[in-house]
Ligand binder design. Structure first.
Ligand code: NAD
Length: 281
């Protein structure tokens, strides 16, 4: 049977480590505060925002919550961000995506001060990641690196295939695996012979956003499989982009859904908040 990579346990471990760091920072007189902005009341976003605030409370980070009406104008949102950029007591600014259609998401992301960009979405953060300099890293891919490292899985020299090239998962994942000396291939919706490409992987990261698309035909025997997808199936149960029951028996390690990649995203967001406070003290 494969090693089941336990994202719940690993994220709990990271959060406990951060709790200690926060206590030490507070003793030195450094305050930690994350501003969380939500526009509208999309139910999924409300759940994510609630979980982020809960994690802040657990670790000892203060959270400022801005729940703005769906009709908030772009200018009002940008003005709030500019105000938070100036505030010395705010270390991190998070704008929950997606935003209502009348607001330009790229402009919102670009308005956040890069030194407070704890989501790692600002072009400056993406640039520093690309050239291997210090900066905030997108939380889901950063969490996957932690899952691999803390599960004793070697990345250096391995064939790493990522299926999906989104700005928040696929592309930063490729850069991080490259930074860890993996040999990286990024596959996507226009990739020819996807099954053959995926089967080259020692480490296969799947972020396609299609429930249970990846069956064992895409997986080399003994591969490590990381499933980023989150979906609700017809019985309202959570499932991933990988057909877990089909793939698990042939791989060496796999992340379940739920309890794999999901919990790591918030843990790494907390990590970015703590780094931000430590850097700017
Ligand atoms: P996205 O829709 O932005 O990107 C999907 C990518 O998959 C695209 O680059 C596309 O080229 C590729 N793709 C689509 N269909 C394909 C096909 N048939 N063959 C090959 N490639 C194909 O999605 P995303 O934001 O990267 O998210 C992917 C999944 O991960 C979603 O299910 C999302 O809900 C989930 N997600 C989870 C977390 C988490 O914390 N666990 C975080 C972000 C996203």
């Amino acid at each position: 049977m494969p090693q089941i990579i336990d994202g719940k346990a690993i994220s709990a471990q990271i959060k406990d480590e951060l709790k200690e760091k926060v206590a030490a920072l507070k003793q030195e007189g450094t305050s930690l505060c994350l501003a969380v902005i939500q526009v509208g009341n999309d139910p999924a976003s409300s759940v994510y925002v609630g979980n982020k605030k809960k994690a802040c409370a657990y670790i000892g980070i203060e959270s400022l919550s801005y729940e703005l009406d769906e009709s908030t104008t772009q200018e009002e949102l940008l003005n709030l961000i500019k105000e938070l950029n100036k505030r010395q007591d705010v270390n991190g600014i998070l704008v929950q995506l997606p935003l209502p259609g009348h607001i330009d998401e790229d402009l919102v992301i670009r308005t956040i001060d890069p030194s407070k960009d704890v989501d790692g979405f600002h072009p400056q953060s993406v640039g520093t990641l690309c050239i291997g300099q210090k900066g905030f890293v997108s939380c889901t891919p950063a969490g996957i690196i932690q899952l691999l490292k803390r599960s004793g899985i070697e990345i250096a020299g391995k064939e790493c295939v990522i299926i999906g090239r989104s700005n928040i998962v696929g592309k930063p994942m490729a850069l991080l695996l490259l930074r860890e000396n993996g040999t990286v291939t990024v596959a996507h919706s226009k990739t020819a012979n996807l099954k053959d490409v995926a089967k080259r992987a020692d480490i296969l990261v799947v972020a396609v956003g299609k429930p249970k698309m990846i069956t064992r035909d895409y997986v080399k025997e003994g591969a490590v499989v990381i499933d980023v997808g989150i979906h609700r199936n017809e019985n309202n149960k959570l499932c991933g982009d990988v057909d877990y029951d089909d793939v698990a028996p042939i791989c060496s390690a796999i992340t379940p859904v739920p309890g794999g990649v999901g919990p790591m995203t918030i843990a790494m967001l907390m990590n970015n908040c703590v780094e931000s406070a430590a850097l700017n003290r």
